[in-house]
Design a protein around this ligand. Structure first.
Ligand code: DAH
Length: 346
């Protein structure tokens, strides 16, 4: 016949197995009642203890207590585990489902316009790229073929950081003064340096200029940059793309006009003017809305693309400008004051 100590061990093993197999909280509770409850196996072992010869009692009592402590600990851990499992959703989560409609608050009008622009470009296969707002002269100017004596680099126009730190990824021997980016064009350089062509990106983001605040200027505003690089890209592609997006944004009755211009990073370069009933309502014939052009071969050289193989176009336009036209707003500062009476209208 098994000794008392062997019986304790058998019951301990059985209890361990039952706890281990419990697949839910109910099964776990049943295992607890069976073994550790008032009428459970261990309680009856304790009762039998009294009948043992005196010299066997201490060892047997100790063994029972150790087993109980061990089982209580395992029970606690298993319960926490099963409770966590029970709180998780039964179905796997589908992260592609549309989100719930927000019950409170609204997106800022500039966010709404940005999202609309991004949505339009996505239809044409563009993806969103991003870059730092604290930039260096290399990415903001040099690599874009903007010479050191260009007025855009003047501290009258550009916010420079007080303590210059060496910028990451700057080409050897290039100036490393840090600044707040004056345009999103710097991201063209960052993307092309990282990625082999073809490239089809748009870059929405905040830019900074030392413009004095008045009704149409603010020291920070937002731009969307676009860059398309592939073989045999033409000005026709540029026009078609811009045309498509502006019709989507501002209505089928918009008209665009490409006016020759100069940018150091494109050749030829244009400014895009546009008109629509909305513009005429604001008392204007044409509004300048974007700069653009065919990527300058020197820019391709600077990022290591072969200009004999690759062609491309780029553009940049102001998001506030588009939002102002779309909503008939004549003071840019309204966007930044966060007056709920203003924001509620969008
Ligand atoms: N960076 C210009 C600006 O801030 C806009 C611009 C013009 C961007 C021509 C371009 C471009 O990519 O090709 O005014």
């Amino acid at each position: 016949m098994a000794t008392f100590l062997e019986q304790v061990e058998t019951i301990r093993q059985a209890a361990l197995a039952e706890l281990g197999q419990a697949a839910d909280l109910a099964a776990l509770e049943q295992a607890r009642v069976n073994h550790l409850g008032v009428n459970g196996q261990f309680t009856s072992l304790m009762k039998q203890l009294g009948a043992l010869p005196k010299e066997e009692k201490p060892a047997a009592g100790k063994l029972i207590n150790q087993a109980k402590v061990e089982l209580e600990k395992i029970l606690g851990e298993k319960r926490a585990d099963l409770e966590l499992k029970a709180s998780l959703p039964k179905e796997p989560t589908d992260f592609t489902l549309p989100g719930r409609r927000r019950t409170l608050g609204k997106l800022h009008p500039l966010t709404q316009v940005t999202e609309d622009i991004v949505r339009s470009f996505r239809k044409l296969g563009f993806v969103v790229a991003d870059g730092p707002e604290i930039e260096d002269e290399y990415h903001c100017f040099d690599a874009l073929n903007t010479p050191a004596d260009h007025p855009a680099r003047d501290s009258q126009d550009t916010f420079y950081l007080a303590a210059p730190a060496p910028a990451p990824n700057a080409a050897p021997g290039t100036p490393k003064r840090q600044l707040l980016r004056t345009h999103t064009s710097s991201v063209q350089i960052r993307v092309m340096k990282k990625q082999a062509p073809p490239v089809r990106i748009i870059v929405p983001g905040r830019v900074y200029r030392r413009d004095n605040a008045d009704a149409t200027h603010n020291p920070t505003f937002h731009q969307i940059e676009g860059l398309y690089v592939d073989r045999n890209v033409t000005v026709g592609d540029l026009k078609g793309t811009v045309d498509f997006v502006f019709r989507e944004l501002l209505g089928a009755d918009v008209k665009l006009r490409f006016r020759p211009h100069y940018f150091s990073y494109t050749e030829p370069s244009y400014e895009i003017d546009f008109t629509s009933p909305l513009v005429r309502k604001m008392g204007k014939d044409w509004l300048e809305i974007a700069g653009c052009g065919m990527v300058h071969p020197q820019v391709f050289e600077n990022v290591g693309y072969d200009p004999e193989v690759w062609t491309g176009w780029a553009f940049g336009f102001g998001i506030e400008r588009i939002a102002m036209i779309r909503y008939g707003i004549n003071d840019i500062r309204l966007f930044y004051e966060n007056d709920v009476r203003f924001l509620k209208q969008f």
